[in-house]
Design a protein around this ligand. Structure first.
Ligand code: SAM
Length: 402
């Protein structure tokens, strides 16, 4: 619209920008913190549900539920009488990657608290879920399972009978041309058979108005023939969604930073623990060494005490030896003296014998001479022998030493 002054109608722009009809484009998204290639399409999904007001929504491939929460959030905020079903094995696949139970556990808690009144998580295969959903009932089907050509074709054809006359089908990853991804090829085949529109950002999202009575707003979108209008709409939806993409990217960067810091802190804590343990070990080694030193010092004291006692004993022994040696020497000297006395006695005895012999020659025979004659010796014990031995008694007196 052009204003009277020839410029754009600024007031009209403001009015349009403030329109409650735009609300779904600007609602904050519910699942900002979980990874998904779907963050870039959240505003469109919210607009679509608000505009199409689908009675039954089914999603094939939910994982962290970024797309599914965009549908449910609108049902919640707009108080729509919709029923919603999310189908997934919550085990992952070759393209999404195989993931653990934590994804489902976290989602189940979030989902039940926020959307439990009108939505169900069907943990099963897409084929199994067909038995749960009635035919001709699904107004909005989102196909976002395994992305091979065969899988997408199988999902679309398998669920065709479930689609209502108002049905709109969304295909994610229409703009992924990597090997193994076949959505682009399938989309190229199908988009001409029904009214369609394709967003190119966020891996590509195809909108297919399959039902003959598809909502007017969807048909308007799919009916755009002006390439510049198509480009503008693509760009604006992508721009609005950029806040979600950036918010997730920022959160993810923060999460990774926090994880790295926690890893670093873990490492630091480990080295702190290790050095505290090493210190404790060194302290206990020190205690053991101090104890050993104490024991050694005690043993040393005892050994020195024993050495002192032994030394004292040896001194005493030496003194005793010396005493005994002195006694022996004295005894030897005494024996020497006695030997001298004995020699002297022998001399006296020999002299006495000689005297006696001489006297015998002059004197009459004495009693006992017969004995002496027979034995050749004097019987000193015979009566009267004292007269012969008395000179010997005088000799037994110790001679004085000179
Ligand atoms: C690309 S992810 C879905 C992404 C999700 N729409 C989002 O908003 O992020 C694909 C999911 O489909 C599931 N899936 C693939 N083939 C399936 C099948 N035949 N039956 C059940 N689940 C399937 C996988 O477990 C995976 O979680």
């Amino acid at each position: 619209m052009v204003s009277d002054s020839g410029g754009h109608d600024a007031a009209g722009t403001l009015e349009a920008l403030a329109s409650p009809a735009l609300d779904p484009l600007f609602w904050p998204q519910a699942r900002t913190a979980v990874p998904s290639a779907w963050h870039g399409h959240v505003p469109f999904a919210q607009w679509l549900v608000a505009a199409a007001r689908p009675g039954l929504i089914v999603e094939l491939g939910t994982h962290n539920a970024v797309s599914y929460s965009a549908f449910c959030e609108t049902v919640l905020r707009e108080r729509l009488p919709s029923r919603c079903y999310a189908v997934d094995s919550w085990a992952g696949d070759e393209h999404a990657g195989l993931y653990g139970e934590a994804i489902y556990t976290e989602l189940r808690a979030f989902h039940d608290a926020r959307y439990g009144a009108f939505s169900e998580l069907l943990r099963m295969t897409f084929d199994e879920a067909r038995a749960v959903i009635p035919d001709d009932a699904v107004d909005l089907l989102h196909i976002d399972g395994f992305h091979s050509y065969d899988a997408v074709q199988h999902d679309f054809q398998g669920w065709a009978s479930k689609l209502s006359p108002r049905a709109v089908v969304l295909f994610h990853d229409t703009n992924v041309l990597e090997p193994g991804f076949g959505v682009a090829r399938f989309w190229a085949e199908i988009r001409g058979r029904y009214p369609s529109f394709e967003f190119l950002h966020g891996h590509g999202l195809g909108v297919l108005a399959v039902g003959g009575e598809a909502p007017a707003a969807v048909l308007t979108l799919c009916g755009l023939s002006d390439p510049s209008a198509t480009a503008i709409l693509r760009d604006r939806f992508a721009s609005i969604a950029r806040t979600h993409v950036l918010e997730f990217a920022m959160r993810e960067a923060l999460r990774q930073q926090e994880q790295a810091l926690q890893g670093e802190m873990g490492g630091l804590r480990q080295s702190l623990n290790a050095s505290q343990q090493a210190r404790a070990a060194a302290e206990s080694r020190l205690l053991v060494q101090e104890h050993t030193i104490g024991t050694l010092e005690e043993s040393l004291r005892e050994a020195q005490e024993k050495a002192r006692e032994l030394e004292a004993g040896r001194v005493e022994d030496r003194l005793e030896n010396r005493r005994q040696q002195a006694a022996l020497e004295a005894r030897i000297a005494a024996l020497g003296d006695q030997a001298v006395e004995v020699d002297a006695l022998r001399g006296h005895l020999a002299a006495a014998r000689a005297d006696a012999k001489a006297a015998r020659g002059q004197a009459p025979p004495l009693p006992g001479d017969a004995t002496m004659a027979a034995t050749g010796t004097i019987a000193l014990t015979a009566p009267g022998a004292w007269a012969w031995t008395s000179p010997l008694n005088g000799l037994r007196r110790r001679p004085s030493r000179h």
